[in-house]
Design a protein around this ligand. Structure first.
Ligand SMILES: Cc1ncc(COP(=O)(O)O)c(C=O)c1O
Length: 365
């Protein structure tokens, strides 16, 4: 069994994907060709954001968005203590200071209250991450941000396709980013990412930033990056986007099956939820258990792969040791890092597979 079975997905769309790749090869428009433009339009239509700028990966997407927002060395940006490293890493790369906010233990997301506790006169913005595919309270965070005069950037690397209050991930905040890393809910066959905004001026700045600060060939208005999306990746994504709605439903079905089979183990296994009125893209189906190593070893013995997203909170990363964070500052993030374990999840899981995985979890707990 694969943790995220991309082989079975490729087999299902092989004809369409092979044809799409062949057509890029025939056109030789490998970078920023018509496929990228068409993809950007389709991502805008799908997400509800007015402007989409494709780029090389989800990490660059955050970096470019921070630069476009005018972040400066010494500024403070609030990020979750519990996230993939890139969120905090890109803040630090600009010379700004990542300030770690604790998470809510059920949603794994930062909350308006946990953000508010970290706001200082130097705070310029906040990057709430839609962890595991579930969006945070972006309305509440937006209200807080407006009151405090700071910006909000959703890191939707794990949540493309998720919904909250009828609005899709990457369409709510001033600017938002996602990743098309192969195992993401919408993944390509290499690295890829995108930035979303409804602000036309910001979109123009972003478009230039990801292409050496240039809107016109060999004319450079600003210092930027080389972070363009390859046309082959765009072509793959366009095929997968056509099937994405069905895959999201299938992930949701898989999550419900997991939950039905695991939720009775109160106190032993904590199952995730999509939240009231929310739709998760289920990038991960992540449970909490008391003895993670034992559960992992047992599942491994049954041929079931698992993963830990993520074992070390940001404040405890060596790269951020100089910031002097302590477990007591973000107790829920620290506890989550000790307890979480992700079970296999992708858009083509069968009921038999989920039965087998849940049987193995139940055996060990
Ligand atoms: C929350 C989060 N932010 C950012 C990224 C970075 O995306 P990429 O790997 O495309 O650079 C990831 C990828 O794992 C992520 O999970």
């Amino acid at each position: 069994m694969e943790f995220c079975d991309l082989k079975v997905q490729y087999a299902a769309y092989k004809g369409e994907i092979d044809a799409a790749i062949q057509s890029v090869l025939a056109s030789s428009a490998f970078i920023n060709g018509p496929e990228v433009k068409a993809l950007e339009g389709e991502l805008a239509a799908f997400s509800g954001a007015a402007h989409v700028v494709a780029c090389a990966n989800g990490t660059d997407a955050i970096h470019a968005a921070l630069l476009a927002l005018g972040i400066k060395p010494g500024d403070e940006v609030i990020v979750p203590d519990f996230t993939f490293f890139a969120t905090a890493e890109m803040v630090a790369l600009t010379g700004a200071i990542p300030i770690f906010a604790d998470i809510d233990p059920d949603s794994y997301n930062v909350t308006p209250a946990s953000i508010e506790r970290k706001i200082t006169p130097r705070t310029k913005g906040v990057i709430p991450v839609s962890m595991f595919g579930r969006m945070p309270d972006l309305e509440g965070i937006g209200e807080l941000a407006r009151a405090k005069g700071i910006w909000v950037m959703e890191d939707g690397a794990q949540s493309f396709g998720a919904e909250r209050g009828g609005r899709r991930s990457c369409s709510i905040t001033q600017v938002a980013t996602t990743s098309f890393f192969p195992v993401k809910p919408l993944g390509c066959y290499g690295d890829g990412g995108a930035i979303f905004t409804s602000d036309a001026g910001l979109a123009a700045t972003l478009r230039s930033l990801v292409n050496h600060g240039s809107a016109k060939r060999y004319q450079h208005d600003a210092v930027g990056m080389n972070s363009r999306l390859d046309s082959i990746q765009a072509a793959v994504l366009r095929v997968k986007l056509r099937h994405f709605g069905d895959e999201l439903k299938s992930r949701d079905r898989a999550a419900k099956m997991y939950t039905e089979r695991l939720k009775g183990k109160v106190g032993k296994v904590a199952v995730p939820t999509a939240g009231e009125g929310g739709f998760s893209s289920w990038a991960q189906y992540t449970i909490r258990v008391a003895d993670r190593e034992k559960v992992q070893a047992h599942l491994q013995g049954r041929g079931i792969p698992t993963a830990v997203h993520y074992p070390i909170p940001m404040h405890a990363q060596k790269a951020f040791a100089h910031l002097g964070g302590r477990d007591a500052d973000c107790p829920e993030a620290s506890r989550a890092a000790r307890e979480v374990i992700s079970l296999p999840m992708h858009g083509m899981m069968t009921e038999d597979q989920i039965d087998g995985i849940c049987r193995a979890v139940n055996e060990v707990i």
